[in-house]
Design a protein around this ligand. Structure first.
Ligand SMILES: Cc1cc2nc3c(=O)[nH]c(=O)nc-3n(C[C@H](O)[C@H](O)[C@H](O)COP(=O)(O)OP(=O)(O)OC[C@H]3O[C@@H](n4cnc5c(N)ncnc54)[C@H](O)[C@@H]3O)c2cc1C
Length: 696
């Protein structure tokens, strides 16, 4: 046998043995590849971005098939991808709200001063490592575009001012941009997460935005108005305040007190701009349809349909829950309808605004009183998952002097509520309104429109201490009411018919500050004066009525303070009964509309946590005190006068209840929007004169 033949046979033998070993090994060690892995992988986005926590789409698909991940494993894919994966697996896809990258800096890339030159570093991460960021602003965007370069979906480009612009259509929420941003100005958020967000210590916030109780992104909506995007402005406002038609008319606008433009000339007319945008939506005849998260099936009873209740119901609905509003009155609106008069807030505007909120799918039960028609126990038995109490403060305080119950003496809110309901009480020739708040001012202006010969406002402190809005006080005087300061009623005297005929009042002097910080009025003995009066309207304050459910079992009894306000955790608004939350005037005592609206959203956030089985914790990293913002260098900023709100003449006003203020024109609104400095915490836009300043 030749050596070649031997070698061939030997090799064949080895091959045979190897084949046999492999056959046995394949039988012993065979790993069955589930064909669904390939199918799931095909259904996934294929980005291999790793944002799901698996080292690629193949690994993610394997995790789904092995039951280690759900059909919505792909954070970068939307609901359709989750559905496709679920189909392969024969499962139900849980509806997932898509998350998108959101930019938290609107300002600093080209507006915050440089501390160093980047000197060759073209990557934000490197710039932070080498120079600590190199900008004076430590919380803003560095503008080197690392996020743009790393986004695998082309969803980010560096736009005007060197800031990244996220294309929401292309953004898959993979989070790569968030991970690479060293200053954390990019974050991932779904719309309902955005609605639940409160200012944090890390946010870049203009001073106006910090001062707004509702936390509206003021510079953003003004920027929209500047660019003629009025509906976008409304959308921005409604992320924080679902009642811009109302607030644009009655808000005392603390934001304007903090406006940086005050260092230049006058504050931007922020609230007039809000009204302009909201009026634009109304004039368009169509309510904006906001995004509503998938239904959760959780039912929440909202008791009280004033601004706090409406706001809470609105945000709960947008988060996918099912709120139902219960209210004692025939119509919703609370003090907006039954307190604030028609000439400041027309009923039709309020109706339109409330219609838009209810159109999201909110059921209402009017003329339904908690404690009479429904009870907390009943609501719990009916299967409500949570309750929000927003009952307001409707019990008037009496004058506490002899004769304060005589016929002819009325409480301010009762008088205004009757007027609003079309049941105008008869008034004498001279009416004295006692008090210095909004109720007193509104009552006095209403009397003037009802044809009273003389209206006097008696206030026990001085003008500086009056809690009413300054502008309303000025208008009341222009309309003819007489303001009498440092005076208080000491006795009310009946005439022969037993009805109120005379008022005795006493002069006051201001003493030491009281618990409110205002100087305490002290009577000056011997200064009593008597005047003839037809009516007295007492508008010296309201309290909540917290005896709404006296028969509630012990486990449903809610704590109350000595001021008759409900007790709750101030940051979550959860009461001692875990499924009951509260907010608005019933919690704080009489405050403002915007504060009630802010409380409604805060409670909606807490209720969302509660009904979804999460811990009801305060908003993480919440900003509790304003961060100081340095004043701008005003030298480059051209002076430009603030827009004046057009108003009807006094003669025209007093002929009826027509709205006094008529709203800014489009030209005036856009010119006013130009005055905004578009501030961040430390930066602001210099020379915002662009379009209009030369026109005057
Ligand atoms: C005359 C007047 C003028 C004002 N002007 C201004 C202004 O210009 N700017 C400003 O910002 N603020 C103003 N305010 C304050 C502002 O109106 C309130 O702060 C705000 O309305 C409070 O909102 P809320 O939702 O907490 O309560 P409310 O608006 O009082 O709403 C409470 C709701 O609860 C309902 N309710 C009460 N008890 C029950 C019950 N047992 N069962 C069922 N329902 C119940 C009521 O019917 C009502 O609808 C004014 C207030 C008044 C009285």
């Amino acid at each position: 046998m030749s050596s070649i033949l031997i070698a061939t046979l030997f090799l064949l033998g080895i091959g045979l043995v190897a084949a046999m070993i492999l056959t046995v090994a394949a039988r012993v060690f065979h790993v069955h590849e589930d064909p669904r892995i390939i199918e799931v992988e095909d259904a996934l986005l294929g980005a291999n971005c790793g944002a799901c926590g698996h080292p690629g789409c193949a690994a993610a698909a394997e995790a789904v098939v092995r039951g280690k991940a759900g059909p919505n494993v792909c954070v970068a894919g939307g609901y359709e991808i989750a559905q496709a994966v679920a189909e392969v697996m024969g499962l139900e896809a849980e509806q997932v709200e898509p998350r998108k990258a959101v930019l938290g800096c609107r300002y600093s890339a080209d507006k915050a001063a440089l501390q160093y030159i980047y000197n060759g570093a073209h990557d934000c991460r490197a710039a932070v490592l080498l120079y600590g960021g190199a900008k004076e602003c430590m919380i803003g965007c560095l503008g080197l575009g690392t996020c743009e370069r790393l986004c695998p979906f082309g969803a980010i480009h560096m736009g005007k001012g060197g800031l990244p612009v996220v294309n929401e259509r292309l953004c898959t929420g993979c989070g790569i941009c968030v991970d690479c941003c060293p200053t954390h100005v990019l974050r991932l958020e779904s719309i309902s997460e955005r609605l639940r967000r409160f200012h944090t210590v890390e946010d870049c916030l203009a001073p106006c935005r910090q001062a707004c109780p509702a936390q509206i992104d003021i510079a953003a909506y003004i920027d929209h108005i500047r660019n003629g995007r009025y509906l976008a402005a409304v959308e921005t406002i409604k992320e924080r305040n679902p009642l811009p038609l109302t607030c644009g008319r009655v808000c005392p606008h603390p934001c304007e007190m903090e406006c940086r433009r005050l260092s230049v000339d006058e504050a931007v007319a922020i609230n007039h701009l809000k009204r302009f945008a909201a009026d634009y939506e109304r004039e368009s005849g169509k309510h904006l349809k906001p995004y509503i998260a998938p239904n959760t099936g959780k039912r929440i009873a909202v008791i009280g349909g004033g601004p706090a209740g409406l706001s809470c119901a609105y945000y709960l609905r947008r988060m996918g829950h099912t709120p139902e509003i219960f209210d004692a009155q025939p119509k919703l609106g609370g003090m907006l309808r039954y307190g604030i008069p028609e000439f400041r807030l027309p009923g039709k505007a309020l109706d339109w605004e409330i219609e838009g909120i209810l159109a999201l799918g909110i059921e209402t039960h009017t003329e339904t009183v908690l404690g009479k028609d429904v009870t907390l126990q009943g609501l719990r038995d009916d299967g409500f998952d949570a309750v929000f109490l927003a009952l307001g403060a409707w019990t008037s305080m009496s004058l506490g002097v002899e004769g304060d119950d005589l016929p002819g003496v009325m409480a301010g809110v009762d008088f205004l509520a009757r007027q609003a309901a079309g049941d105008s009480p008869p008034l004498g020739e001279r009416v004295v309104v006692v008090g210095g708040g909004n109720t007193a001012i509104d009552a006095a202006r209403t009397c003037l429109r009802c044809g009273c010969g003389e209206v006097v406002i008696l206030y026990r402190r001085s003008r500086e201490e009056m809690p009413a809005n300054d502008r309303e006080v000025e208008e009341t005087e222009r309309e003819g009411a007489r303001l009498h300061f440092l005076a208080a009623p000491s006795k009310l005297i009946a005439g022969a018919d037993g009805k109120l005929a005379k008022l005795e009042y006493i002069q006051m002097e201001l003493g030491e500050p009281d618990e409110s910080g205002r100087r305490r009025p002290v009577p000056a003995p011997g200064s009593e004066t008597v005047m003839e009066v037809g009516n007295i309207i007492a508008a010296i304050g309201q309290r909540p009525d917290v005896n709404f459910d006296a028969d509630a079992p012990d486990d449903l009894k809610i704590g109350a303070t000595r001021w008759d306000t409900l007790e709750a955790d101030e940051r979550t608004l959860q009461t001692n009964v875990p499924f009951i939350f509260t907010g608005g005037d019933v919690y704080t005592g009489p405050q403002t509309v915007v504060q009630a609206i802010a409380a409604g959203r805060r409670a909606a956030r807490s209720i969302h946590l509660y009904v979804t089985g999460q811990e009801v914790a305060p908003p993480p990293g919440e900003l509790r005190e304003a961060v100081p913002c340095p004043p701008p260098d005003a030298s480059d900023i051209p002076l430009s006068p603030r827009a004046e709100m057009p108003a009807r003449s006094v003669e025209e006003r007093l002929r009826g209840f027509q709205e006094v203020e008529t709203g800014l024109s489009e030209t005036a609104a856009r010119r006013e929007a130009q005055r905004c400095l578009q501030c961040g915490r430390i930066c602001y836009r210099v020379g915002t004169q662009d379009i209009f300043s030369s026109a005057g």
